[in-house]
Design a protein around this ligand. Structure first.
Ligand code: TNX
Length: 489
């Protein structure tokens, strides 16, 4: 089949600078080869593999002489890259492998997704770098567990949009999803079958599986951000260890979707011994800089106890070499300097987050009425919740994190994250349905300069992903807000 030639700027997220040059289109010939600096051999092999898949040509990787060149040079910024497409060849340049990996994602979108008889890359130059360092999404493994292979497959999907952080919500009232050395009952009792919402599903990651997953993510330049939700959302932990309640009573397992009824006991030393063990073990298993301690919806923790608890616990990630991230309720106390509040509510202002920003804290922006991937698209959505309203594709795109909260401007933002809670989800296809096409919208908000963003342009570019996702076998919501392209070929 003859694939349609894409335009140089038909990429999500939209690159910072796109200079097309029609006379410079590059025809990928049967003798195409990839040449790379030895230090970029890994990326070169991935570029070659991409071209093999699309063209069917052998595409060898050589040290010199190939018409596709991969160079580790120029740019001092970690994630920046440049692509030059000329009639005679293509060059990918970046100072780091991560920058080259970003270039590879752009290149992939400029090519057809499936096999094509004639493959032409649009001529010209792309220069690109992200607006924010943190562009994330979150999977809730507690309400519904997803296996390591399912998480890896989601990782492979999200990196296409230059998402570089995957936050894993690993514990909640229903289940505990990460093995913790010294506390075996957490996963033996609260990680098994039937511990998902409505008693559906269950499971947990062994430390070996988690380590393997983190390494898999690292090879794709994705930082895993593990979350242990404290001091609320802890019923699963307390069922496994009754000594984590205030009076030692044996609680019963719960698989309903209520929130706010459980709490650790702020006035018992056992609480802090447990929490410190968990934070130390999770920190030891996690190479990335962040450790998320939750802090949300602690409705059954008296406010004074909440502050006591956080004042004891917030320094712990730092003690084990990590930056504490927490849902923005944690801004009720004075935060350690490196701590990052994550705003998740729908209100137009928040005093705690504004104060944290004024004190120099970086903030992650995840307003539920814009960035929550678990909200229904519209009232007819078969999956999802609607407590923050319905969130269509335009609604998820057409906002800006730098004017979401008074006192929290561009310079206070670490970035954006799109959380996906899994109360109503049962399968990877459900995850994909909720994430696509809204996650690409959030990815573009996190990457593309604000002034360059435009809903009509996004609408047109995301339309090409209909056939792409179909070819990839990835589910998505065929939103009527998008005029989806017909299948490739
Ligand atoms: C609120 S967002 C929660 C979660 C729920 C979610 C559902 C947040 C920090 N807490 O416990 O799963 O709403 O949208």
């Amino acid at each position: 089949m003859r694939a349609t030639l894409r335009r140089l700027g038909d990429v999500i997220p939209l690159p910072v600078s796109v200079r097309p040059e029609a006379a410079a289109n590059f025809q990928v010939s049967p003798t195409v080869a990839v040449s790379a600096d030895p230090a970029a051999a890994g990326i070169a092999e991935q570029v070659a593999e991409l071209l093999r898949r699309v063209t069917g040509h052998p595409v060898p990787v050589t040290e010199a002489g190939g018409s596709i060149k991969i160079l580790l040079e120029g740019y001092d910024k970690n994630e920046a890259y440049r692509i030059d497409v000329a009639a005679t060849g293509v060059t990918l340049r970046a100072a780091t492998e991560q920058g080259l990996f970003n270039a590879l994602q752009t290149l992939r979108q400029l090519l057809p997704e499936g096999r094509a008889d004639e493959v032409v890359l649009p001529g010209g130059t792309i220069e690109d770098e992200p607006r924010f360092a943190y562009r994330g999404t979150m999977l809730d493994l507690a309400r519904h567990f997803f296996t390591p292979d399912e998480i890896k497959s989601y990782l492979d999907q999200i990196v296409q949009f230059k998402i570089n952080h995957l936050h894993l919500h690993l514990s909640d009232d229903q289940g505990w999803r990460l093995e913790i050395p010294g506390w075996p009952r957490l996963t033996e009792v609260s990680g098994g079958e039937g511990t998902g919402v409505d008693g559906v599903g269950g499971g947990f990651l062994t430390t070996a599986e988690y380590t393997d997953l983190v390494a898999y993510a690292e090879r794709r330049f994705v930082t895993i951000v593990p979350e242990i939700d404290l001091p609320g959302h802890v019923n699963a932990a307390q069922v496994a260890y009754p000594e984590l309640t205030c009076d030692g009573e044996q609680l019963t397992a719960r698989t309903d979707a209520e929130v706010g009824y459980s709490s650790l006991c702020a006035n018992r030393e056992e609480t802090y011994a447990f929490v410190e063990d968990v934070i130390r073990e999770v920190a030891a298993l996690t190479p990335g800089p962040f450790l998320h301690i939750g802090g949300d919806e602690a409705f059954s923790t008296p406010p004074e106890d909440y502050r006591t608890f956080l004042n004891r616990v917030l320094p712990m990630p730092g003690k084990y070499g990590k930056r504490a991230v927490g849902w923005h309720e944690m801004a009720a106390v004075e935060l350690p300097p490196s701590a990052v509040p994550q705003y998740w509510r729908i209100e137009p202002a928040d005093d705690g987050v504004a104060r944290a920003a004024r004190d120099g804290h970086q903030v992650i922006m995840s307003p539920a009425d814009r960035s929550y991937l678990d909200m229904k698209y519209d009232k007819d959505s078969p999956l999802g919740l609607d407590w923050a309203g319905v969130v269509g594709v335009e609604r998820s795109y057409d906002w800006d994190p730098a004017d979401r909260l008074p006192g929290v401007g561009e310079e206070s933002l670490l970035g954006v994250e799109a959380p996906l809670w899994s109360e109503t989800l049962r399968s990877p296809a459900d995850v994909e349905f909720m994430a696509f096409p809204r996650l690409p919208a959030i990815a573009e908000i996190g990457w593309t300069p604000r002034a360059a963003r435009d809903w009509a342009s996004f609408q047109a570019r995301v339309a090409a992903f209909g056939p792409r996702w179909t070819t990839q076998g990835v589910n998505f919501h065929r939103s009527r807000e998008i005029d989806w392209e017909s299948p490739e070929g």
